[in-house]
Design a protein around this ligand. Structure first.
Ligand code: PGA
Length: 250
C-alpha cells in the first residue's frame, strides 16, 4: 500500500501573531501545488491567527500539546475542547521536550492520546531515545516502550488517526541527524511493533515521520528510505525558505 508523505512543522515557542501570519501566508502560497500532506503546529497564542489564514488551504492545523483533562481547575493548561474550538485538527503528544523538560511520562502521554482521539482529533505521537540510551543499545527498547505504553487502550479504529514520529532526542535541534540507514532501521522496528499491536494492515499503513534536524539538504535522502513516511520539522519549519524545500522534496 502506498503511504502518503506527511510533512509537519513544529514551531515550538516561537513567533508572535504578526510573525506567524507572515509565515502562514507564505506557506499557503508556496505549498498549494504540493503533493504531500502538510501540517503546521504554531504556539497556542497564534493558533487562531494561523487557523484563519490556512482555512481553505491544503495545510492542516496542529497544536503542540494539550491538557490531560477535558476541562476544569487546571491553571495554565489548554484543553482539547479549546483546541477544537480554534479549528485544530491534530495534536502533537509526547514530544521529547514535553517528556524530558516537563517530565511527562508514558502514562500521562497515553491519557492525553486517548482524550485527543476521543474528541476526534488526530494525534502525532512522538517517540525517541536519548543519546545514552542509544549508546547502551537500548534505542529499540525505549521506542517500543514509548509506542506500546503511549497506545495502551487505543482501538485499531482510533489508531488509524495516529501518526508516529520517531525523533531521536540527540538529533533534535542539535544539527546532528540520524543517518537515513539508522533512522530507517528504527522506523522498521516501530512498524513491526505496530504490527504486533494492530496487525499487518496497520503496520503497512501507519505513517512514521522522522524528526531531528531535518533540513532541505537531508530531507530527500531520509524520505527515500522505505520506512520513512514524512518529517516532523522544528528549526527548519520557522522560515518558508527552509520549510518549503523540505515539504516539496523530490
Ligand atoms: P529540529 O526539531 O528539527 O529543530 O531538530 C524537531 C522536533 O523537535 O520536532
Amino acid at each position: 500500500m502506498a503511504r502518503k508523505y506527511f510533512i509537519a512543522g513544529n514551531w515550538k515557542m516561537h513567533k508572535t501573531r504578526a510573525e506567524a501570519a507572515v509565515l502562514a501566508r507564505e506557506l499557503v502560497a508556496a505549498l498549494k501545488d504540493g503533493r504531500h500532506k502538510y501540517l503546521i503546529a504554531p504556539g497556542f497564542t497564534t493558533l487562531e491567527t494561523v487557523a484563519a489564514l490556512i482555512k481553505d488551504s491544503n495545510i492542516l492545523l496542529g497544536a503542540q500539546n494539550c491538557a490531560v483533562e477535558e476541562q476544569g481547575a487546571h491553571t495554565g493548561e489548554v484543553s482539547v475542547l479549546q483546541l477544537k474550538d480554534l479549528g485544530v485538527q491534530t495534536v502533537i503528544l509526547g514530544h521529547s521536550e514535553r517528556r524530558h523538560i516537563y517530565k511527562e511520562d508514558d502514562g500521562l502521554i497515553n491519557r492525553k492520546v486517548r482524550l485527543a482521539l476521543k474528541h476526534g482529533l488526530d494525534v502525532i505521537l512522538c517517540v525517541g531515545e536519548l543519546l545514552e540510551e542509544r549508546e547502551d543499545g537500548r534505542a529499540e527498547a525505549v521506542c517500543k516502550r514509548q509506542t506500546v505504553e503511549g497506545l495502551k487502550g487505543i482501538s485499531a479504529d482510533d489508531f488509524s488517526r495516529v501518526t508516529i514520529a520517531y525523533e531521536p532526542v540527540w538529533a533534535i535541534g542539535t544539527g546532528k541527524t540520524a543517518t537515513p540507514e539508522d533512522a530507517d532501521a528504527i522506523h522498521a522496528y516501530i512498524r513491526k511493533v505496530i504490527g504486533e499491536l494492530y496487525g499487518s494492515g496497520a503496520a503497512e499503513s501507519v505513517i512514521i515521520q522522522y524528526g531531528g534536524s531535518v533540513k532541505p539538504d537531508n530531507a530527500a535522502a531520509l524520505m527515500a528510505k522505505e520506512n520513512i513516511d514524512g518529517a516532523l520539522v522544528g528549526g527548519a519549519s520557522l522560515e518558508s525558505g527552509t520549510f518549503v524545500p523540505i515539504a516539496k522534496f523530490s
